[in-house]
Design a protein around this ligand. Structure first.
Ligand SMILES: NC(=O)c1ccc[n+]([C@@H]2O[C@H](COP(=O)([O-])OP(=O)(O)OC[C@H]3O[C@@H](n4cnc5c(N)ncnc54)[C@H](OP(=O)(O)O)[C@@H]3O)[C@@H](O)[C@H]2O)c1
Length: 373
């Protein structure tokens, strides 16, 4: 791990002048180019990234074969059970597969036990001798998060890598979690934040511990509106997702700042996969949504999930990954390709809003970083 990104200059992305809804209309008129996780029109707004110009070292071609040995290290991947079904496989499955292949002791955690066990079976079939298990976890339920963290803490002394990967897209109508929070915010942001807080004691005892937050290029279209964080007054399925991914990015950067200031010894890093064919859209807004039509009519835009997982794997394992960094695919518009620097939306670096968001999610999640039992 090199020095914190604070020591470098990060490429910045100017926020799109379009509101999210205007963007969706624009996207629809443009043959639905607003792809899931990609926000293609938004990406088209980003300046061409030139790491060299920005004073950042270029990232050489990097694939899963470059993952260093992880023997003796432990990893937890949320949402690692998306094994290939109907030509779609979740990104977390590939994170877990490659971490296990490199020798890590891997836990995958999410809701569906049967799929989790099938993912474990498939990974063991690909990697004989893999050390991998499935644990039940519902991130949208704070009691489940607390129980899961308690089980982890009872069964191990430390944790080296936490990949906050699981995620959902909004559905057409607003849904609320068991705790009464808007479902996308509850799953993508609040659940992961509470989980990370509760696992902090394990992570602090880890070997060069890292926390990777999976965001999306659609964070560029997100907004943090404290007056309606739950979108109770004005629900929009795309906004729910974009806001949660912006929140994750801001929390990742804030986490790194706090870790450095308070000496946690943990690196927080963010990554996004570009766009990849997974279960995110079918399980979210569905086939008739703009995103669903993109799946049907523009399959060429979607990269294989195994490649979409690479920026996350780079952030989780590369000795060159930078604390506080943000990685994504280096190809056309950042939609696909090998890991490179991802542009950071200017609003994601708003430290005042990030600090307020941190306090808000601590309160909503019933956790206090560094002091949560
Ligand atoms: N695919 C893309 O193009 C794209 C683009 C940008 C960002 N991303 C991000 O990549 C991450 C992985 O998504 P994916 O594309 O691989 O989607 P996916 O195939 O739908 O996988 C989502 C995973 O999240 C888990 N999950 C959902 N709700 C959960 C909950 N309440 N508690 C615990 N686990 C839960 C699911 O497992 P269970 O159903 O068993 O709970 C599943 O393993 C997400 O954070 C997504 O936002 C994806």
């Amino acid at each position: 791990m090199t020095d914190s990104l604070e020591d470098n200059r990060a490429p910045k992305v100017q926020a799109s002048g379009l509101s999210r809804r205007a963007f969706v209309r624009y996207g629809a008129a443009s043959v639905g180019v607003a792809a899931v996780g990609g926000g293609i029109a938004a990406m088209a707004n980003r300046p061409a990234l030139s790491p060299r110009q920005q004073g950042l070292p270029t990232i050489p071609d990097w694939t899963a074969t470059d993952i260093p040995s992880l023997r003796g290290r432990s990893a937890l991947v949320t949402g690692g059970n998306g094994y290939p079904v109907d030509d779609r496989s979740g990104l977390g499955f590939h994170d877990a597969l490659e971490l296990a292949r490199a020798g890590a002791d891997v836990t995958i955690a999410s809701r569906k036990q049967e799929r989790g066990e099938e993912a474990v079976r498939r990974i063991k079939a690909s990697v004989p001798g893999a050390s991998i298990r499935f644990e039940a976890l519902d991130l949208s339920n704070l009691a489940s998060v607390a129980e899961f963290a308690e089980r982890m803490r009872a069964s191990r002394g430390s944790l080296d890598i936490l990949v906050n990967n699981a995620g959902v897209m909004g559905r057409k109508s607003r849904e609320v979690s068991a705790d009464g929070f808007e479902r996308v915010f509850a799953t993508n942001t609040l659940g992961h934040f509470a989980l990370t807080a509760r696992l902090l004691p394990l992570l602090r005892k880890g070997n060069s511990p890292r926390i990777v937050w999976v965001s999306s290029s659609r964070a560029l279209m997100g907004a943090i509106n404290f007056a309606d964080l739950q979108l109770a007054q004005d629900y929009d399925y795309g906004a729910a997702y974009d806001n949660s991914k912006l929140a994750n990015l801001m929390l990742a950067f804030e986490m790194q700042r706090r870790s450095a200031a308070e000496g946690w010894g943990i690196s927080a890093i963010a990554a996004h996969p570009g766009i990849a064919r997974t279960n995110l859209v079918p399980d979210g807004p569905g086939p008739d949504s703009l995103e669903g039509r993109n799946h049907r009519y523009m399959p060429f835009l979607f990269q294989p999930p195994a490649q979409g997982a690479l920026p996350t794997l780079y952030a989780a394992t590369s000795p060159q990954a930078v604390a506080g960094g943000y990685y994504g695919p280096n190809g056309f518009l950042g939609l696909g390709g090998l890991p490179g620097w991802a542009g950071i939306p200017e609003k994601a670096d708003d430290q005042k809003t990030a600090a307020r968001l941190w306090g808000t999610v601590e309160q909503l999640g019933g956790v206090t970083f560094g002091r949560t039992a």
